[in-house]
Design a protein around this ligand. Structure first.
Ligand code: NI
Length: 172
């Protein structure tokens, strides 16, 4: 497995709609495995393929925060099948927007359908941190970032900070 570089906002690839996975090929499996490795190394609790520059509908999650024995879940073509009317607010961050956080309100319970590594359809209902995390990652597949839920002023401020961070990184 390989750790892949994570793209930092603002970046056009983070704003594109990712394409569905047609076949869970060896290449797709390698991508998902690399994403798990990259997520753990960062460290983070979720990662979407566009964040490593691959515009395909693949996400990985491991929200251990609330469940110490969990393993990473790899989802191909994840889709929200049900979202509760009841909302929950969590402080979110993103590996593509390092060290910036904001409160985001989302449905507190979601049922998600996806294709697993073996090509089989899975379905599961998530709540708590997992519900936030899976919605955040699916947003990435649609070119959406958590800062889009914040006020325009806050979003501009964070974007400016990220531009500065990227400039500094380039200069070494
Ligand atoms: Ni993110």
């Amino acid at each position: 497995m390989t750790i892949r570089p994570i793209l930092i906002h603002p970046e056009p690839k983070l704003r594109k709609k990712a394409l569905p996975v047609t076949v869970v090929s060896d290449q797709m499996l390698r991508l998902a495995d690399d994403m798990v490795e990259t997520m753990y190394e960062a460290p983070g609790i979720g990662l979407a393929a566009p964040q490593v520059g691959a515009l395909v509908r693949v996400i990985v999650l491991d929200c251990k925060g609330e469940d110490q024995n969990s393993d990473a879940i790899q989802m191909f073509n994840p889709k929200i099948l049900f979202a509760s009317y009841e909302k929950n607010t969590h402080e979110e961050g993103c590996l593509s927007i390092p060290d910036q956080y904001g409160e985001v309100e989302r449905p507190s319970v979601v049922t998600v359908g996806w294709i697993d590594r073996t090509g089989v359809e899975e379905q599961r209902t998530f709540n708590g941190l997992w519900a936030t995390c899976v919605q955040h990652e699916i947003d990435h597949l649609n070119g959406k970032l958590f800062i889009d839920y914040l006020t325009p002023l806050r979003r501009q401020l964070i974007t400016r900070k990220m531009k500065k961070l990227k400039r500094e990184k380039l200069q070494g």
